[in-house]
Write a protein that binds this ligand. Structure first.
Ligand code: AMP
Length: 291
């Protein structure tokens, strides 16, 4: 199947266009929360071929949004993340540290549907063979602890003066794909950009390790007194409890019938009361909330 491939050039802030030749499997081999992933083979004019993955959004995720624009945003996010990865690798190298990581190059492929002859848009990137792992998500949860991944994400925050953070790190070995970027003003980088809230969630989950120190990245708690640190941790815990409860409520709301048992309601009322107490304590500047 022949079509067009657009690749974002970070340094010149433009999309480079070239022809593409792909054979795509009919059925997806994997799916994420938002996208379907198809195995494919990309053929190059010099006769070379590589295994690639094509991704498109699920219908229910799209809900009328422009798929082409969404896929371009995801591709741009990944190329910007790769730019940060190169800066991180240079910093590690300058400190005599062996850590290196990379985001696989991703492009946007526009290929005709063989039945409708309409162009369809996919992201296209090299297939990563091996054990695919997720290290953190874009909601401030660490899935697999990794000092290097943690230091990299924090590096992107520090390097940009706190204006963004690259997160949602996943892939095989030290080759990653599908990152998300949260920006302070919440603009750009697609639907996964949770703005300042996303940055704060990341900071709460950040483990400041020896590697961060070796890279010269100052702790987000640097300069806080013990009392200030205790108050911050307390406020963080209250935020986390509130968000987890909101997420649980959302999940319950989706699954449950109307006949919820009373015990659950009592538990929920307790949690809400605790959260309200924490919010009140925070507003009044009291560092500790009685359990
Ligand atoms: P995503 O929408 O990027 O989360 O992709 C959905 C799933 O496809 C992931 O959870 C992985 O299992 C798989 N996958 C995504 N990208 C790749 C890749 N480049 N190589 C191999 N597997 C991938």
């Amino acid at each position: 199947m022949r079509g067009t491939k657009l690749t974002y050039d970070c340094s010149n802030d433009k999309w480079v266009r070239e022809p593409v030749d792909l054979s795509v499997e009919r059925e997806p081999f994997q799916e994420g929360g938002m996208r379907l992933a198809y195995r494919a083979r990309e053929r190059f004019p010099d006769g070379g071929e590589i295994d690639v993955v094509l991704k498109c959004f699920k219908e229910d995720v799209l809900q009328g949004q422009d798929e082409g624009e969404l896929i371009k945003s995801e591709a741009m996010t990944q190329m910007v993340a790769e730019d940060f990865a190169q800066q991180f690798n240079k910093l590690c190298s300058s400190k005599g540290l062996p850590h290196r990581l990379a985001f696989v190059p991703v492009s946007v492929a526009q290929i005709p549907n063989l039945e409708t002859f309409q162009d369809e848009t996919y992201s296209v990137e090299p297939f990563l063979p091996g054990d695919y792992k997720k290290y953190n998500d874009n909601n401030g949860h660490n899935v697999i602890e990794s000092d290097v991944v943690g230091a990299f994400c924090y590096f992107t925050y520090h390097q940009t003066g706190g204006s963004l953070v690259v997160t949602d790190i996943q892939g095989v070995g030290t080759f990653y794909t599908d990152p998300q970027i949260h920006t302070l003003d919440g603009t750009g980088f697609g639907a996964g950009n949770l703005g300042e809230d996303g940055i704060n969630r990341f900071l709460r989950s950040h483990q400041h390790t020896l590697l961060c120190e070796q890279l010269g990245l100052p702790s987000p708690n640097a300069g806080l007194s013990d009392a200030e640190l205790a108050a911050k941790l307390q406020a963080d815990e209250a935020d986390i409890a509130r968000e987890d409860e909101a997420a649980a409520r959302g999940a319950r709301g989706a699954d449950e019938d109307e006949d919820e048992d009373e015990e659950d309601d009592d538990d929920l009322a307790d949690v809400i009361a605790q959260i309200q107490a924490a919010e009140l304590a925070e507003r009044e500047g009291r560092p500790w909330v009685q359990g």
